[in-house]
Design a protein around this ligand. Structure first.
Ligand code: GLA
Length: 380
């Protein structure tokens, strides 16, 4: 399909086709930028890139999703406010070159079925696919963690969105039928099998994440402030990752109520991820679901990043037979919930949640039954 579009736009078959998936996070929210733990899975929705080499230092790019084309020179890469969809590719190209990698030029077409602004990391998928596209087209030898960090750098420093490393990591290194347990401090990871008799069901609230970026920045700052104030009170830590519940109890007077809540979310969420990995490996899905439940409550009450729509979806999910766990996923303020549902109940679940959401809020939820999938760099 992407090959056909390339042919239509550029009149020949592409030399290289790559794809990178979106993701859902099972547990470990707002922990990555605190050097903590996360447990995402790549989903079977992708952004694909198809292209061929040019040798005149030009990039001609066409977006299928935006039905728009643009051209830029590799010798002068600027942010383009008129074609914001092209900035991920521009950023990746710029930083690959500033690291000394030779890019000759390219004709490229890209697009896919990861919903945008839904909290499923379509932008990370574009960045990772763009990096892997250049890697394959130019025959660059790149370490997987370099690909991940460079893709994130494009988002942070070129596009200007301050995200952590989780999304690019899972989009690159997800594995079919597995979640990925990542320690965001040293980037060690391991894949944890997801058993076939449960489904990962994603419910899209349909509400775009309006406050997501500004509130995300506020949370980031609050976490840093909490670390600084704990430091003043004698707890010398570099990040909230190094704080446990007991530390927080002992030093609670160092923090005002708001910062205490923010820090408590991060500290307890890290503990929940560690336990979640343990119980998932032991096959105790009931307990895993309880931890998802507790995660949602902590995000709602302590971190305050949920929304009315997300809460309604999660509460509906909790009532359905066969639901093991349900919580908001991603940055919050709209976007999606993630649900772990027994396979034989997944269809009835989707129907009931869709109806309940419509009845409660008059809104349409899109529901995707997902399969955990290979990342762009999965080697099997
Ligand atoms: C967004 C960011 C991630 C992560 C989540 C919250 O998806 O891109 O890095 O911080 O929010 O867990």
């Amino acid at each position: 399909m992407i090959e056909d579009t390339f042919k239509k736009v550029f009149g020949a078959a592409p030399e290289v086709v790559v794809r990178a998936p979106g993701r859902v996070n099972l547990i470990g929210e707002h922990t990555d930028y605190n050097d903590g733990f996360v447990l995402p899975a790549a989903i079977d929705r992708y952004i694909a890139f198809a292209g061929r080499q040019r040798n005149d230092r030009k990039v001609r790019a066409h977006s299928i999703d935006f039905q728009d084309s643009v051209e830029f020179s590799l010798d002068d890469i600027q942010k383009d406010a008129a074609h914001p969809w092209s900035n991920y590719l521009r950023g990746v190209s710029k930083f690959l070159q500033s690291d000394g990698h030779q890019l000759a030029g390219a004709d490229v077409v890209f697009g896919g079925d990861v919903p945008r602004e839904a909290g499923l990391s379509s932008s990370a998928a574009v960045e990772v696919a763009a990096t892997v596209f250049w890697q394959r087209l130019m025959g660059l030898e790149l370490d997987p963690v370099y690909v991940i960090k460079l893709s994130r750098k494009a988002e942070n420093e070129f596009v200007g969105v301050p995200c952590g490393i989780m999304d690019q990591f899972i989009s690159a290194l997800g594995r079919q039928d597995h979640a990925l347990f990542l320690d965001c401090r040293d980037l060690t990871y391991r894949h944890v099998p997801l058993r076939g008799d449960v489904k990962v069901v994603v419910c899209n609230s349909g509400v775009k994440r309006a406050l997501a970026q500004s509130e995300y920045e506020v949370r980031l700052k609050q976490c840093r402030q909490a670390v600084a104030q704990l430091g003043t009170a004698g707890l010398a830590v570099g990040t909230l990752r190094e704080v446990d519940s007991q530390d927080l109890e002992v030093h609670r007077s160092a923090l005002n109520d708001l910062l205490l809540k923010r820090a408590r979310h991060v500290v307890t969420e890290n503990q929940r991820v560690l336990e979640a990995v343990e119980v998932l490996e032991a096959g105790d899905l009931e307990r895993f679901g309880e931890l998802m439940h507790a995660s949602h409550e902590s995000l709602r009450e302590d971190y305050e990043v949920s929304s009315k729509e997300l809460d309604v979806l999660v509460e509906l999910a909790w009532k359905q037979p066969g639901t093991l766990g349900a919580r908001m996923t991603g940055a919050g303020f709209g976007g999606c919930t993630v649900n772990l549902v027994r396979a034989d109940a997944a269809e009835a679940f989707a129907e009931a949640v869709r109806r309940g959401y419509q009845d409660a809020l008059g809104l349409r939820a899109e529901i995707y039954v997902c399969r955990a999938s290979d990342g762009a760099l999965a080697t099997g």
